[in-house]
Design a protein around this ligand. Structure first.
Ligand code: ADP
Length: 498
């Protein structure tokens, strides 16, 4: 077979495609096959500095460009994303492994987000309100922050960047985007489309490279007004510390240890379908993946049998193959991390019902595949029940009633997504009241967020911000209160009351 030399890609800085100043490069590798898909710049601090400077210069004009006109560019980008949906999805499957149905969903989410937020170009509502004085107007408006630093993970290579970049742009900010080390090609294609749609030079810049070099430089740059980060809790908290010292804004989306409660009156067929999808979709590498199934004792063995049968039947393989249910995990390091957790679980006394090992039969040996794994006899205090594994591993935990189930669900340090399966409306409503997470589903798994609702979590999942919904605008804008006194005399608020 002829070997194809992988294409060399470049950073997007100030509307131009440029190499890293240090001339270094890194590879993007297909986790299903080990093939090199492309070469991208392994940039350094100096590239970040140039990109931030370009973004800073561009901001002066972009913030004055009317928001409806910014939105026109975004609508055009959305249309181009629709046209390129299939090739973007195929590239994404090759670059990070998840199956085509899911990568099409990832691109669709970016399309949905872009159309939804482009609509804000003609809204971006502030409000007017009466002043306490006569002959005085009062209102408030949103204003952009300046240069936004976007740092993203590899599990949703287009959806997550779109949640950040599109709202940042519509609000009038400019962006320097550092994509995940494992998914630079999708990021550069996404940027290419936004660039072709007509973004002026410097409004969106992309700098590929390592977290330590490029990410750190972006976080530490004094002209970056805010960092919007999605990734691990460890990295997110380290970024937050640096931002706090510099007085810089930061919006964090971090880990999850999501649980589904299955009550004894649940539709077990539905619960099984939803939980297999929630636990093993994207090979469990979602911040909303279901990694704890808290089930009432009466239905536990019935549910567990169904889950194990279904997990065993999942076909692992290359995500481009339409017969594949579960693709590889993203890297060798991730594979080892997952297996280490499985061994920790076994040492803690939990029992592996299915999976528990690397899958390496035939063609699978070329990539990083891990068998869908279900643990039984899990105690909520075990590490596998408390820590995020980010792989195809889920725990079954027995419970006596709803109160105990909710207490177990809430007992972890994270609070992203949760679900309950029950046919009893009272139980569902109590669960909604008492579960402390950012997202709650009833009779649905823990995954499946829609772009026009707030996305984010409580406790160590985040720092109080929400992406998605209109709430995302609060991350990327400041409020400006405006008072216009047309009385022609000094009127003192709170003092001149008569
Ligand atoms: P993931 O497992 O999703 O890669 P990480 O938190 O390690 O989670 O990475 C998320 C993003 O943060 C990636 O783009 C990564 O390169 C970047 N990153 C990693 N370390 C740092 C750092 N010290 N400063 C800024 N960004 C970083």
């Amino acid at each position: 077979m002829a070997t194809v030399t992988p294409e060399l890609h470049k950073n997007l800085i100030n509307g131009k495609w440029v190499e890293a100043k240090n001339g270094q490069t890194m590879q993007s590798v297909n986790p299903a096959t080990g093939d090199v898909l492309g070469i991208v710049p392994k940039s350094g601090r100096e590239d970040v500095a140039t990109a931030v400077e370009a973004a800073k210069q561009a901001h002066a004009k972009w913030r004055k460009f009317p928001a409806p006109r910014r939105a026109e560019i975004l609508y055009r980008a959305a249309e181009m994303l629709v046209q390129h949906k299939e090739d973007l999805a195929r590239l994404m499957t090759q670059e990070m492994g998840k199956v085509l149905a899911e990568t099409r969903g990832d691109v669709q989410e970016a399309i949905d987000m872009t159309y939804f937020i482009a609509g804000e170009g003609r809204r971006l509502h502030g409000y007017t309100t009466p002043s306490e004085m006569p002959n005085k107007a009062a209102y408030c408006i949103r204003v952009p922050l300046g240069v936004v630093g976007v740092i993203t993970p590899w599990n949703f290579p287009m959806a997550i960047p779109s949640w950040k970049i599109i709202p940042a742009l519509v609000c009038g900010n400019t962006v320097v985007f550092k994509p995940a080390t494992h998914t630079p090609l999708v990021a550069l294609r996404f940027a290419h489309i936004l660039h072709e749609a007509g973004l002026p030079p410097g409004v969106l810049n992309v700098v590929t490279g390592d977290g330590k070099d490029v990410g750190d430089a972006l976080v530490e740059h004094p002209d970056v007004a805010i960092i919007s980060f999605t990734g691990s809790t460890e990295t997110g908290l380290a970024i937050a510390e640096k931002c706090a010292r510099a007085g810089k804004r930061v919006a964090l989306e971090m880990g999850g240890k999501n649980a589904a409660i299955v009550m004894d009156d649940a539709d077990l067929d539905l619960a099984t379908n939803a939980l297999i999808w929630s636990a093993f979709g994207t090979s469990g590498q979602r911040c909303t993946a279901c990694s704890r199934i808290i089930t009432q004792r009466d239905v536990k063995s019935d549910l567990t049998e169904r889950l194990v049968e279904r997990a065993k039947a999942l076909r692992l393989g290359n995500g481009l193959d339409p017969n594949t249910d579960v693709g590889p995990v993203v890297s060798d390091a991730q594979l080892h991390r997952i297996h280490d957790y499985v061994q920790i679980g076994q040492r803690e006394g939990a029992r592996v019902l299915t999976g528990g090992a690397r899958a390496s039969d035939g063609a699978l040996s070329r990539g990083w595949f891990y068998s869908p794994t279900i643990f039984d006899q899990v105690n909520p205090a075990m590490r596998i029940a408390r820590e995020e594994i980010f792989g195809p591993v889920t725990d079954v935990i027995a419970t006596k009633d709803l109160n105990e189930a909710v207490a177990i669900l809430n007992s972890v340090e994270y609070g992203l997504s949760a679900s309950i399966f029950t046919r009893d409306i009272n139980r569902a409503m109590h669960a909604i009241d008492d579960i402390f997470t950012g997202i709650v589903y009833v009779n649905h798994g823990t995954i499946g967020a829609e772009v026009h609702l707030p996305f984010g979590g409580t406790k160590n999942t985040g720092n109080g911000h929400r992406e998605g919904g209109l709430q995302v605008l609060d991350i990327f804008s400041e409020w400006k209160a405006v008072y216009i006194d047309y009385s022609g005399r000094l009127q003192r608020a709170q003092i001149d009351k008569d």
